[in-house]
Design a protein around this ligand. Structure first.
Ligand SMILES: Cc1cc2nc3c(=O)[nH]c(=O)nc-3n(C[C@H](O)[C@H](O)[C@H](O)COP(=O)(O)O)c2cc1C
Length: 455
């Protein structure tokens, strides 16, 4: 039997795939955009809507980076509002475990789960950098291993808080006048190096027991964290070969935690460009890339690798002959992309060689090397490709990031979803009442994830 595909919608925003300058693009802060986006996803029977997190405005050359969408409103406020205008769609929020407190976050997700009737999910991230940390009382940052240690114990603490109430604890019996069935409902205590807290949790057991747990880090520690504790991974391994390798790696880590391969879903982010024909889609994709990478954007990208001010270069001219500055990275702050180049000199050399061989300008080169268009083609081609990837275990589905907000999702829902449904690999209606049921996941406690972590 074919695997069922899971689909989700990532509200576009602070990234260079989002084309805010297109006449069709809407606001990234008015509620109407979020509402329309969520309702399109729900019309397509998508599993959930996804929000990423960024808690500090990015900077480059000491100034706000103002070429992409700047600013984003608070996750819980948006998701709570969306709970009121949707019925089935899961609501996934990215919330970091480095700058927050477990009691607050557990309360917020338990509340969202109640308000939405069991549709809350938490993407537990450890966040990128000390630059963001400057916004918070704890200040500074934590080295990676300590961030994951804190993430583990943070999630454990949150799980203890959610589990401190059993569903049967809420009695509300008018005859006896008794509201709570058990005297110690909500009682908890957690004591370790990171959290030394005790008391009573004041939100009764959420409909899902615990929200669905996502994880997004990519290192060995991040993957182990996912294998021991998460229900799904938001990954960036969206191509066929890379996706298969990542899938195999992470699913292979589950057995040692006593978990089954289908206890953890792998859902890469993916972009798409649809056309009437494959050729038409290729043409559109080229146009979208030009919209995504202006001359100024290309220079900013190049500066992130070169680690120096290149504003005097002509984006329509050749690449710099000078080498990147290998000293401490100072040019871009709060941007994720700078961390992805392992060997900076080698990357610069290969970019120069490519530009020379293909006679590419700075802008043309950046358009090519930063291309992140996963699926390009007619509805038929895209439906076939997505299905092929899922059946070949490159993923369990995709978190789609349209480039136009909010209407960019509609063509996919109207043209690709029906083809997946015809092939019997995507639902024609929601199976269950909760997100966990729609994702086909067992409750965490049934998987042996007792205190937020399986062992
Ligand atoms: C696909 C992906 C998405 C991420 N999304 C976010 C995010 O929205 N907000 C955030 O603060 N960190 C995000 N992170 C950062 C991770 O939480 C983590 O801090 C970072 O990846 C470093 O850990 P690693 O070395 O295990 O990857 C993301 C990471 C990945 C791989």
């Amino acid at each position: 039997m074919s695997k069922q595909i899971h689909l989700a919608a990532h509200f576009p925003g602070v990234n260079n795939t989002t084309v805010w300058s297109d006449p069709q693009a809407g606001s990234h802060i008015e509620f109407d955009s979020f509402k329309r986006f969520a309702q399109i996803a729900e019309r397509g029977k998508f599993d959930f809507l996804f929000l990423a997190e960024g808690l500090r405005l990015r900077e480059q050359n000491g100034r706000i980076y103002e070429l992409d969408v700047v600013g984003r409103p608070d996750t819980f406020t948006i998701l709570a509002a969306l709970a009121a205008v949707t019925e089935h769609l899961g609501l996934t929020g990215t919330i970091n475990s480095t700058f927050n407190e477990p009691y607050d976050v557990a309360r917020q997700f338990a509340s969202l789960d109640h308000l939405s009737g069991g549709r809350a999910a938490w993407n537990v991230v450890t966040s990128w950098d000390a630059f963001t940390g400057e916004n918070f009382r704890r200040g500074g940052f934590l080295p990676q291993d300590q961030r994951y240690e804190r993430a583990r114990t943070f999630l454990q603490t949150a799980a203890e808080l959610w589990d401190s109430w059993a569903p049967s604890d809420l009695l509300a019996d008018p005859d006896s006048g008794q509201f709570v069935a058990r005297a110690d409902a909500g009682a908890y205590g957690h004591h370790d190096d990171h959290f030394d807290i005790s008391g009573r949790f004041n939100v009764p057991s959420p409909p899902q027991g615990r929200p669905v747990i996502f994880q997004a880090g990519d290192s060995h520690d991040g993957r182990e964290f996912a294998a021991s504790s998460a229900d799904a991974i938001f990954s960036r391994h969206g191509t066929l070969e890379d996706g298969k390798a990542f899938y195999e790696d992470v699913k292979g880590r589950l057995a040692k935690y006593g978990r089954r391969r289908d206890d953890l879903l792998i859902l890469p982010a993916a972009t798409f460009v649809l056309g009437d024909t494959d050729a038409d889609a290729q043409e559109k994709a080229h146009e979208v890339r030009r919209q995504q990478v202006s001359g100024q954007t290309a220079l900013r990208f190049l500066e992130q690798l070169w680690n120096r001010d290149l504003s005097h270069y002509d984006p329509d001219g050749p690449l710099p002959q000078e080498d990147p500055d290998l000293g401490e990275h100072t040019i871009a702050r709060g941007r994720a992309s700078v961390r992805r180049h392992d060997d900076i000199l080698e990357t610069a050399r290969s970019w120069r060689a490519k530009a020379e061989a293909e006679n590419l300008s700075i802008r043309e080169l950046i358009i090519e090397v930063t291309a992140r268009q996963n699926f390009i083609g007619s509805p038929q081609t895209i439906a076939d490709t997505i299905n092929d990837y899922v059946q070949q275990d490159a993923s369990d589905g995709f978190i789609l990031v349209p480039h136009i907000t909010p209407e960019g999702l509609a063509p996919f829902v109207d043209q690709v979803v029906p083809l997946l449904q015809e092939r019997g690999v995507f639902r024609t209606d929601y199976e269950g009442g909760t997100l966990r049921e729609n994702l086909g996941l067992r409750p965490q406690t049934e998987q042996g994830i007792v205190r937020g972590v399986a062992s």
